[in-house]
Structures are given as structure tokens and as C-alpha cells.
Design a protein around this ligand. Structure first.
Ligand SMILES: Cc1cc2nc3c(=O)[nH]c(=O)nc-3n(C[C@H](O)[C@H](O)[C@H](O)COP(=O)(O)OP(=O)(O)OC[C@H]3O[C@@H](n4cnc5c(N)ncnc54)[C@H](O)[C@@H]3O)c2cc1C
Length: 384
């Protein structure tokens, strides 16, 4: 007889590990199935650092979720003793009318978030590594900073295990179907039944959620680590903020202080300059011309950063057409299936609150968190 669970969670990356934690903390009998090992680097939740911030340029609707995510990240650190969040402050830099600056300011004002506006001279004085053009400004947020993605996933897996969840690694779901009042899930080895299914597929969404009607675009992204000219001294997190920097053409780069000691440099990446890929076809090699393009771009903004190139790694975004998330009951299976996908390159800072929302949806069918923006019906293909 197959074991029976209250909830089966598919994918134990960022979102699925948080869901497994929040579900098991509420007493649900949880099975988590993951294609790879624990805390792997084949999806979207690796690379040592992720930006977090509250003055959210993407849309003010995200702010209440961010406020809750900050609380839950603090709780996660307290409960596991792991190093997860470093709130070193952050600057959103660009022309005043850029989305990065004007959108951040809109959210800050709408939600009365603490922030400061800096002109180019202020930026140079306060953060001497940054070299803005005279017509660039910044919104500075003291509560912005960085998160450790691997430690976050490990912490959620640790808590879920402690709370009795069964977590199976290297055991991908091959298919599932409705069964009695719930679902039946198949892997190569086993068949499991449960009342509820929560699917957190990351870049595998196009394969696992074909009937959702959302045209996902999976993108290859590259993270670069450089040893700054003159060393990491001015780049330590006590002195250096995280940054998102938009130029006059709308190209955004973002980066971090030197968080891993003097040898390992500082990380930087383009926010949205990816090539379409699939998890099977992604080119994991980072090419010399890509490194040259990044070094050239950064020599304009942070001239000392691209001293010498240390290493690079690839990662995947799962974009929706409007770059907003999909978090909902599955429209084709509203009684028993919940989905969280399409995080479009900005989901990590929400991981714990997404876990809480998924637990609400799976156990109660509804949530008090504001998730209207993430309804997949907004993206469903228009009838021909
Ligand atoms: C380079 C890069 C930089 C980023 N920077 C930021 C940032 O600064 N701030 C921010 O907030 N966000 C950022 N993001 C986005 C954020 O990291 C993602 O939105 C988030 O990690 C997505 O989590 P996920 O759980 O959806 O995907 P994943 O963590 O990839 O998890 C999906 C899991 O599903 C598993 N899986 C797939 N198929 C199956 C199957 N059949 N059976 C079982 N398991 C399966 C996969 O193996 C994987 O573990 C960045 C992303 C990248 C790539």
C-alpha cells in the first residue's frame, strides 16, 4: 500500500522547501519530492547571494508581502542559527525617470518606507566606489541587503525534516493524476497519494504545468565574480551597499558587496539580458566575450570593480510575459492543486512568505495575503 500524505510538494528548491516547512509546521503530513539533491545548483536558487529590498520598483503591490518576508527571514535565522540575511543597505541608481528609481520611489511613498534620495554628488561622497553620471540619482534604503540562497533552502529543509516531513531527493515526479478526492503522484520508483499537491517547479514549469496556459520563457542568466582593483577593502558589507543600476538605455545591472572574504571578490550580474533556454539545453559555459561585456559595462559605474575576473556561473529565470509571479490554485484542478512559478528573476526575497501562502492555499483553500496580482488567468492565452 502506498503511503498517504496530506500534501505532496513537488520541487524542493527555494519555494518548495519553504512550503514543506510551513506545511509541516502546521501539522500536515508532507512528502517532498526533488529531482536533484538537497541545495543543488541546477535550478534558480544558488550562487551565494540574492538581493532583498522593500521599495519595490516592480509594483507597490509586492510591499506587504516583503514586509512579511522580512519577519519570516528573521524567524528562520533565529530558529536555525544560520547566516541568511545581511541588511547592508542598498541603492537603486539611474536617471530620475528610470523604472529603477521612479518605481522604487513610488513604492517607498505609497507604503511610507524609510528611504533617502541621493543626487550624484551625494552618491559619490557616501559610496566612493560608485561613479554615477551627473544626471543620475539614487534611492537609498537602509533595510535593503542580501540573502544567502543556499542557507535559506538548507534552513527550510532542516525545519521541515525536524517537523516530520518526508523529503525524497533524486526522485523526480514523472506524472500525476486526480485520484479520489486528491491526487496520485508517480515517480520511477513509487506511487504516492495525497489530498493536496503543491507544484514549485522553477524552470521546469513549461514541462510540469502545460495545462496552466501561461507562456513561460526560461532564460539563461550569468553571475560574475571580480576581484576589485586594489582589493576588497572598500567593498566589504559594512562599507558597501547592494545596488541596482539602470542606464539611460534601460539596461539594469545589480551587485553585491564582497561577502566571502578577500579572495573571492564581489558578484555582479545583468538583471535582464538572458538568452532563452531550457533546463536541458542551457549553455553552462560562460564565454570570454560575455566576461568582457560585463567588465566593460561595470568600468563605467564602479571603475574599480572589474579588476580581475575570478569566475562565473549560470542560473535560470522563469519569466512570465508581465514578469509578475504565478501563485494560485491551479485553475484546471482548483480543489487539489496549488502552483507557485514564473518568479521572473525576482522571487527569492519572497521565499518564506510564498511558503506561508502555499500552506494557506493547500490547507485552507485561500490566503489572507494579497496575491491578486499573481492570478494566472491574467496570462491565459486569448481564444483564437
Ligand atoms: C542569477 C539569478 C539571480 C537572481 N537574483 C535574485 C535576487 O537578487 N533577488 C531575488 O529576489 N530573486 C533573484 N533571483 C530569482 C530567484 O532566485 C528565483 O525566483 C527563485 O530562486 C525561484 O525558486 P523556485 O523554487 O521557483 O525554483 P528552484 O529553486 O529552481 O526550485 C525548483 C525545483 O524543482 C525541482 N524539480 C523540477 N522538476 C521536478 C520534478 N519533476 N520532480 C521533482 N522536482 C522537480 C528542481 O530540481 C528544483 O530544485 C535570481 C535568479 C537567478 C537565476
Amino acid at each position: 500500500m502506498s503511503p498517504t500524505y496530506d500534501v505532496i510538494v513537488i520541487g524542493l528548491g527555494g519555494m518548495g522547501s519553504a512550503a514543506a516547512h510551513h506545511l509541516s509546521a502546521r501539522g500536515a503530513r508532507v512528502l517532498g519530492l526533488e529531482k536533484f539533491g538537497p541545495v543543488h545548483n541546477r535550478g534558480s536558487s544558488h550562487g551565494g547571494s540574492r538581493i532583498t529590498r522593500q521599495s519595490y520598483f516592480e509594483d507597490p503591490a509586492y510591499v506587504p508581502l516583503l514586509l512579511r518576508a522580512y519577519e519570516l527571514y528573521e524567524e528562520l535565522e533565529r530558529e536555525t542559527g544560520r547566516d541568511i540575511a545581511t541588511l547592508c543597505g542598498g541603492v537603486m541608481v539611474g536617471p530620475p525617470d528610470s523604472r529603477t528609481v521612479s518605481g522604487s520611489l513610488l513604492s517607498a511613498r505609497r507604503w511610507d518606507l524609510p528611504h533617502e534620495m541621493l543626487d550624484a554628488a551625494d552618491i559619490r561622497r557616501r559610496f566612493p566606489t560608485l561613479a554615477p553620471h551627473d544626471d543620475e540619482v539614487a534611492l537609498y534604503e537602509a533595510r535593503a541587503g542580501l540573502l544567502r540562497p543556499e542557507n535559506t533552502v538548507a534552513a527550510h529543509l532542516q525545519l521541515a525534516t525536524r517537523q516530520g516531513a518526508d523529503l525524497h531527493f533524486e526522485e523526480p515526479m514523472t506524472r500525476w493524476e486526480p485520484y479520489r478526492d486528491g491526487v496520485r503522484v508517480h515517480t520511477a520508483e513509487n506511487t504516492y497519494t495525497a489530498g493536496q499537491l503543491v507544484i514549485c517547479p522553477g524552470a521546469w514549469a513549461p514541462q510540469l504545468l502545460t495545462d496552466l496556459g501561461v507562456p513561460f520563457r526560461i532564460e539563461r542568466q550569468v553571475m560574475y565574480w571580480f576581484q576589485p582593483r586594489g582589493g576588497t577593502g572598500p567593498f566589504v558589507p559594512d562599507a558597501h551597499p547592494i545596488y541596482i543600476w539602470e542606464d539611460a538605455a534601460g539596461v539594469q545591472v545589480y551587485g553585491f558587496p564582497a561577502i566571502d572574504g578577500p579572495e573571492l571578490g564581489a558578484k555582479v550580474a545583468f538583471f535582464r539580458k538572458g538568452v532563452e533556454c531550457t533546463p536541458e539545453t542551457i549553455d553552462r559555459t560562460v564565454h570570454d566575450e560575455e566576461v568582457r561585456a560585463m567588465a566593460g559595462h561595470m568600468s563605467r559605474c564602479i571603475p574599480d570593480l572589474p579588476g580581475s575576473f575570478l569566475k562565473a556561473a549560470t542560473c535560470m529565470y522563469s519569466n512570465t510575459p508581465d514578469e509578475h509571479f504565478v501563485i494560485a490554485r491551479h485553475p484546471a484542478h482548483p480543489e487539489s492543486v496549488t502552483v507557485a512559478c514564473g518568479f521572473s528573476g525576482h522571487g527569492f526575497k519572497f521565499v518564506p512568505v510564498v511558503g506561508e501562502i502555499l500552506a494557506d492555499l493547500a490547507l485552507k483553500g485561500t490566503t489572507e495575503h494579497p496575491i491578486g496580482l499573481f492570478d494566472p488567468s491574467r496570462l491565459a492565452a486569448a481564444p483564437a
